[in-house]
Design a protein around this ligand. Structure first.
Ligand SMILES: C[S@@+](CC[C@H](N)C(=O)[O-])C[C@H]1O[C@@H](n2cnc3c(N)ncnc32)[C@H](O)[C@@H]1O
Length: 272
C-alpha cells in the first residue's frame, strides 16, 4: 500500500524546525491541511509546497470544541479517501501531542483503507526543556492536561516538576475567544494548594513560535493565580517546579549502582 495520508508535526518555531522526513512528506503531498495559528506559516508552506488549506476556523463561540474536531476529521479523511495523490495533515509541534482530531483521523482513514504515515515534530514540551533548563532524567517529570488532572483528581508529587497543559482552557471544554475572569482559576489554585504551599512560585511558560521571538516565562505565587487571569493565553503551559527535593531513600541500591561486584552479578560474559 502506498501512503495517501501523511500526518506530520512542523515543530514549534514557524517552519524552522521541519525535519527532513517531514519535508519529504510535504513535498510528496498534493495538498496540506494545516492546523496552525500563524498566517505566515501558512504562507511559507504554500510558497514552498503548494496548496495549503487552513483548518481551525471551524470553532464557534460557546460551542464544544469536539463539534469543530468532528468537522476537521471529516474534511481530512474525505480528502485522503478521494484524492489520487497523497495529502497531508500538518500541525504545529508534534501531531499526536494534544491534537485531539489526530487519532480520529488516523483511525477513520485506516478504517477506510487509506495508508497513513505519522511523522513526529518538536513539541512544546521539548522547547520548554530548553527554556527552563530542565533535564527530566535528573528530576523526573509529571505532565497533565489541566482539566484531566482536575477531573480525575490525580495526585501531584511536590518533589517532581509538573507541567499543566492547556491551563487557559481550565474549567470549560467549550470554545471561547472571551477574556478570562479571575474565578476561572480558583478551582485549580485550590487544587494545587493541596500539594504545594500558597507562596510556591509557579510560571506561565510560552516557548517561541516564530524565528524572531524568544520564549517567555512569567512567574507568580500560587496564591495570586486569580490576579493573572488577563495574562493567561491559550498557548501557555503552567510549570510547577518542585517544592522540595528528596534525596535517595534506598542507600543500599545507591551503593550497588557503583559496585563492580554487583555489575558482574547482573551481566554475563558475551560468549557464555
Ligand atoms: C492543542 S495543544 C497542542 C500541543 C502541540 N501539538 C505540541 O506538540 O506541543 C496546546 C497546548 O500545548 C501547549 N503549548 C502550545 N504552544 C505552546 C508554547 N508556545 N509554549 C508552551 N506551551 C505551548 C499549551 O499547554 C497549549 O495549551
Amino acid at each position: 500500500m502506498t501512503t495517501r495520508l501523511y500526518v506530520v508535526g512542523l515543530g514549534m518555531v514557524g517552519c524552522n524546525q521541519l525535519t527532513d522526513e517531514v519535508t519529504v512528506a510535504l513535498d510528496r503531498s498534493d495538498r496540506i491541511y494545516l492546523l496552525h495559528p500563524h498566517d505566515i506559516v501558512a504562507e511559507a508552506l504554500s510558497d514552498r509546497f503548494g496548496t495549503v488549506v487552513r483548518l481551525g476556523s471551524e470553532y464557534e463561540e460557546g460551542q464544544p470544541r469536539s463539534a469543530a474536531y468532528d468537522r476537521i476529521v471529516d474534511r481530512v479523511v474525505d480528502a485522503a479517501v478521494d484524492a489520487d495523490s497523497p495529502v497531508a495533515l500538518a500541525t504545529y509541534g508534534h501531531p499526536t501531542v494534544g491534537v485531539t482530531p489526530t487519532n480520529d483521523i488516523v483511525q477513520r482513514a485506516e478504517g477506510a483503507g487509506v495508508d497513513v504515515d505519522v511523522r513526529p515534530g518538536i513539541s512544546s514540551l521539548d522547547a520548554m526543556y530548553v527554556d527552563l533548563g530542565l533535564n527530566p532524567f535528573e528530576t523526573g517529570l509529571q505532565m497533565f492536561e489541566v482539566n484531566d488532572l482536575l477531573l480525575r483528581e490525580l495526585s501531584l508529587n511536590p518533589s517532581v516538576p509538573a507541567f499543566l497543559f492547556q491551563v487557559g482552557t481550565v474549567g470549560s471544554r467549550l470554545y471561547t475567544a472571551r477574556p478570562n475572569a479571575p474565578e476561572r482559576f480558583t478551582r485549580l489554585r485550590r487544587y494545587l494548594e493541596r500539594f504545594y504551599p500558597s507562596d510556591h512560585e509557579v510560571s506561565l511558560v510560552r516557548a517561541a513560535t516564530l524565528p524572531f521571538e524568544s520564549g517567555a516565562i512569567e512567574s507568580f505565587e500560587l496564591s495570586a493565580f486569580e490576579s493573572m487571569a488577563d495574562a493567561v493565553h491559550p498557548s501557555h503551559t503552567l510549570y510547577v517546579p518542585p517544592a522540595r527535593s528528596d534525596g535517595p531513600v534506598n542507600e543500599g541500591y545507591l551503593e550497588s549502582l557503583h559496585s563492580r561486584d554487583r555489575l558482574d552479578e547482573i551481566t554475563t560474559d558475551r560468549d557464555e
